[in-house]
Write a protein that binds this ligand. Structure first.
Ligand SMILES: Cc1ncc(COP(=O)(O)O)c(C=O)c1O
Length: 306
């Protein structure tokens, strides 16, 4: 349960964190947001916040794209989040949602000269995609927003209608997730996760110029694959049909974490089981995010007990 929010410069009871029905961002999607995870380490009985500085750097980059100035730094937003999580006192994994919004009325479809605000709240979470076993994904009939329309590299509220259309279409057709193609027909990403495939021993993912969110988990996976697993990582366009013949396909993101895909539109991926690269990355990731790997404690911020 969520008890508090950072709202208008203070940590307040969640009931007090309210915006008006006239809020500009509610009408036009003129905001940006983030999504972080804090992990409960059951041995230490301690909560660890994963890569907050990187998440808040991206939030501020997204804010810049929409002319939003919230008077914060990645460090100050991290401090606020630590205070918020300490106040909540969660004893389980939690998801943290910062949102930057324009607290102006509706009679201006513009981004500049606005009243920019930031709010943050957190809530306990379990698994994000409630799928038994490996994910079954569809290829969406929707195309990814292009950088000439809405920048996908930022986490911009309005662009999530594109994600939601793809996700609902996939779910209603009985799939767990959607993979979305770019205008040119190459693979971009899932509705809220980046995608990797393994082909001929190399890890392949679309480049950041392929209308993908510049994912923090994506960056983590690339780092771990090269530095820890000694794999070659190639950032290049991925054809739709490569998904059918890949040795492994998996998603990564703060929500989905690292999750293997077992089927792409009726084609079983390899032998249908989680592949060794995905398994090795998932296992490393799990240790790192819970503060269990001393080499990566610089990515993790401990939350003091309430
Ligand atoms: C569209 C999209 N792509 C990728 C990601 C993964 O990004 P990250 O690893 O920073 O959570 C997300 C995360 O929410 C997303 O919404």
């Amino acid at each position: 349960m969520t008890r508090f929010a950072y709202f208008e410069g203070a940590i307040v009871p969640i009931e007090q964190a309210r915006v008006s029905i006239t809020c500009n961002t509610l009408h036009y999607g003129t905001g940006c947001f983030g999504g972080l995870r804090a992990y409960w380490n059951t041995d230490e009985r301690r909560l660890w916040l994963f890569r907050p500085l990187d998440h808040y750097r991206r939030l501020l980059s997204s804010a810049k794209m929409i002319f939003a100035d919230i008077g914060h730094t990645p460090e100050s937003l991290t401090d606020v989040t630590v205070q918020l999580l300490a106040a909540e006192g969660f004893r389980q994994n939690a998801y943290v949602r910062p949102i930057v919004y324009k607290d102006d009325g509706v009679f201006r479809v513009q981004l500049h000269d606005a009243t920019d605000k930031v709010a943050i709240f957190a809530q306990p979470v379990g698994a994000y995609i409630h799928a038994a076993g490996l994910l079954r994904v569809a290829i969406s009939s929707w195309r990814r927003v292009d950088d000439t329309m809405i920048p996908a590299r930022g986490k911009l509220n309005g662009a999530y209608l594109n994600s939601a259309l793809a996700k609902s279409e996939a779910n209603k057709a009985g799939y767990d997730e959607a993979l979305v193609l770019n205008q040119d027909g190459h693979v971009s990403e899932a509705s809220a996760a980046n995608v990797f495939i393994v082909r001929n021993g190399a890890l392949v993912t679309p480049p950041v110029t392929a209308n993908v969110l510049e994912g923090i988990t994506r960056r983590t996976v690339i780092h771990l694959a090269t530095k820890e697993l000694g794999l070659e990582v190639v950032e290049r366009d991925i054809d739709r049909s490569e998904l059918f013949v890949a040795d492994e396909v998996f998603l990564c993101g703060t929500g989905v974490q690292i999750s293997a895909i077992g089927e792409v539109e009726g084609r079983v991926v390899a032998d249908g089981a989680e592949g060794p690269v995905c398994a090795a990355l998932r296992e490393r990731y799990g240790r790192i995010v819970t503060g269990r790997d001393p080499a990566y404690l610089h990515w993790c911020v401990p939350i003091p007990a309430a």
